[in-house]
Design a protein around this ligand. Structure first.
Ligand SMILES: Cc1cc2nc3c(=O)[nH]c(=O)nc-3n(C[C@H](O)[C@H](O)[C@H](O)COP(=O)(O)OP(=O)(O)OC[C@H]3O[C@@H](n4cnc5c(N)ncnc54)[C@H](O)[C@@H]3O)c2cc1C
Length: 383
């Protein structure tokens, strides 16, 4: 049920602060990173230094102690400038930071969350496997107890930022159950320096050369038993809870990309003249802009609604799935129309709209494909 929610001055100030940060520290560097294919570690650090990386986490662990509406606004503004950066921040916060904060031990919060929330470390989640995608509960990676160590063996794909990570949370089977009940979360710090961790390759993908989507083998990788996050056998539950927040983050990425596509299109339609007048004066273009503006606003409202419900302490499985599905579909539609409005220029790499189209497709696939999110929503309709 849609209920009332409000944005306060602090939320408007957050939007202004993130936009100013992006104008100074992000926008001037996006094209250089995209064309050279380099991961923007120094920009992630700058995000941390500005207090924008660990927005929802407690100040004692390096966070900003702000609410999920501020988090959503932050991610939206980062995505409006650069989706890759927003995805890095949002993924680290929701898929790694959230389970550490909610279920981790005190030392894990102090060391791992503290580094993540301040942008000093890059964090990744290794869940998906070649044979276990949407059906994540069927994954085969194992972690066996050997004295005071876990020994991890498995093969993971699409670990975003795995090859540049300082900490990877690996989801592995730790007991006799062959479904979700057997799964646990285990932290692997400094994975690239560890015996048995092999980055097989970075998967070439539509997001572009700067994106790091790693295929990783774990072969007898040993970590101390205290690297288990929370309780053994509860890892799937922790990930599902993190995904509720993660889907708010992905929805916010969708809103940011859609907003950028709309703004680029509005400006282009004003400048570009054909038949002796700006193309925005043709109804065929004007209606596209009108639909984009309307859909972006609808997606933003659903996203902020999900965030506001979470701020009220509610479980937001349905609201987050709705926001994620709607906002990423809106991003895909808006980016596609943006390319169309730009004509041949939109199809070139001279303008950013072709990138919006490529990254929007990824958002419809990760954090649960939009088909899986529709299953989540439909399951909730009778509860
Ligand atoms: C850019 C990107 C970043 C990612 N980052 C990470 C990450 O950091 N960590 C990580 O672990 N994983 C990550 N992933 C993996 C992602 O979570 C999976 O791709 C996703 O869960 C889908 O799994 P799959 O690709 O194996 O597709 P499959 O599960 O094989 O699905 C194939 C198709 O079938 C559909 N389908 C499957 N089951 C059903 C069903 N029950 N009903 C209807 N349709 C269904 C899907 O919607 C899809 O269209 C990332 C993926 C991408 C593209």
């Amino acid at each position: 049920m849609i209920t009332h929610f409000e944005l306060g001055d602090e939320h408007r100030e957050q939007r202004t602060a993130v936009r100013e940060f992006c104008e100074e520290h992000v926008d001037p560097h996006v094209e250089a990173h995209e064309s050279s294919g380099t991961f923007p570690r120094e920009i992630v650090e700058a995000v941390g230094e500005a207090g924008l990386h660990g927005v929802p986490f407690p100040a004692e662990y390096g966070g900003a102690d702000e609410d999920y509406r501020s988090f959503a606004i932050t991610v939206e503004e980062l995505a409006r400038s650069w989706k890759l950066l927003a995805g890095t921040v949002s993924g680290a916060c929701c898929l790694v930071g959230y389970p550490l904060n909610e279920f981790g031990s005190e030392w894990q919060r102090e060391e791992w969350l503290g580094e993540l929330a301040t942008g000093r470390s890059i964090a990744a989640l290794s869940l998906t496997e070649p044979e276990a995608g949407s059906d994540a509960g069927s994954l085969r990676t194992t972690a066996e107890r050997d004295g005071d160590e876990w020994v991890i063996d498995g093969h993971k794909v699409w670990t975003t930022n795995g090859a540049v990570a300082d900490l990877i949370l690996v989801v592995a089977r730790t007991n006799e159950y062959d479904d979700y009940r057997g799964l646990s979360l285990i932290g692997v710090p400094n994975p690239l320096e560890r015996d048995g961790v092999e980055v097989v390759r970075d998967i070439p993908c539509m997001e572009g050369e700067a994106a790091v989507e790693s295929e990783i083998r774990y072969d007898d990788v040993r970590v101390p038993v205290e690297n288990l996050v929370g309780e053994e056998g509860k890892g799937f539950r922790y990930i599902m809870e993190g995904l509720d927040i993660g889907r708010i983050g992905t929805a916010a990425q969708g809103v940011g990309v859609a907003q950028a596509a709309f703004e680029a299109s509005r400006a282009f339609a004003d400048e570009r003249e054909q038949f002796g007048r700006p193309i925005r004066e043709f109804q065929g273009i004007g209606f596209k802009l009108a639909d984009m503006a309307t859909e972006v606003e609808a997606a933003r409202l659903l996203t902020l609604h999900a965030a506001a419900e979470r701020d009220r302490g509610q479980r937001v499985t349905r609201e987050a799935a709705m926001a994620k599905t709607k906002a990423t579909d809106v991003a895909m539609d808006a980016a596609t129309e943006a390319v169309q409005i730009h004509g041949s220029r939109g199809y070139s790499k001279d303008y950013p709209v072709e990138r919006y189209m490529r990254v929007a497709k990824g958002m419809q696939i990760y954090e649960g494909t939009n088909e899986v999110n529709r299953i989540v929503i439909s399951n909730q309709l009778y509860e």
